[in-house]
Ligand binder design. Sequence first.
Ligand SMILES: O=C(O)CCC(=O)C(=O)O
Ligand SMILES: [Fe+2]
Length: 357
Amino acid sequence: MPIDTASRHLQVELGHICPKYIVKEEAYIIPYTSPKPALTVPLIDLGPAFSNDVEGKKKVVQKIHKACVDSGFFYVKNHGVPQEAMDQQLRLASQFFDLPLDEKLALRCTKDNQTRGYEPLGAQKLDVASLPDLKEGFIVSSIDVDRNHRYSKMDIPGMGRNQWPDSIPGFRTQYENYCENVGVLGRKLAGLLALSLNLPEDYFADGFEEPLMYCRILKYPPMPNDAKPNQLGAGAHTDWGFLTLLLQDDLGGLEVQTADGNWIAAPPVPGTYLINLGEMLPVITSDLYKATMHRVMNNYSNKVRFSCPTFFDPEYFYKVECAPTCIPKNGKPKYPPLTAGGHMWAQFEKSFGTTGQ
Ligand SMILES: O=C(O)CCC(=O)C(=O)O
Ligand SMILES: [Fe+2]
């Protein structure tokens, strides 16, 4: 189904979003840029990166570098997250979305600007110029801001408590266990990304001492018969943060934009995560690494799809700026620095509209 991608380029009041993501009038003129390779989504075996095989680890790092330059999308296998934890998280998704609507609505993520909790069907527009997304969601953060948390004494938007359903036994423990597992993989990938940019493996580590992770579950209902042509499960967008680690069920529906503007499917590959770079990486690399547009099409065969994206992002005050190995020849980083959490909050507000409900 064709999507008017140009329609995304609305002039909106974006607060402190990085200027890179404020598309200006001139963006409608398509400047000549040298041709890029066609996009495919490679599968990278992370096994050697967890071993003492120095040469094997270097090869993994080289593959990551190439994937990030090409598109910022790659699958990983032998990633260290137990299959049982992955299966269990997809089961939790199905159990959660089966709860009565009232119970889910009591946990709305826009309540008190918590950014944690339930996202009703159509609550978000990932493509702000399109129709609301045909998905339901639920999100939990690794930073649960109770009264004792240092953030609670500061006036930081979007920092609240996690919200949990009472009626599914073991839900919270199992969900938190999954977040922990996927956080270990996030940290590992952050180290490999640093190496892939010729930086020390711990270059990003201070941002991830207490990562601002958002561990989400999503339910995409079957495409309704009366859906409008530009109505999708998730509108075309780039992810806002550092890295996304996507676990998906076996139905498929995710599509990734190629360098020439076409779309390809990124189907489920059993046992893998699909990794993609968020908007912080082009800032860190002055556009060497890509944050690529993607979208989700709901299923036409009356089937429900579940997916579990985890957004692995640095803590709120982490300064996202061009890395020393990525400064362009003219000595000037392509984009000014931004504060990790401020960027995330501005994007949340934009895609969920008026908050505080
Ligand atoms: O559900 C998916 O496959 C992708 C979801 C996504 O792109 C997102 O939540 O940012
Ligand atoms: Fe996304």
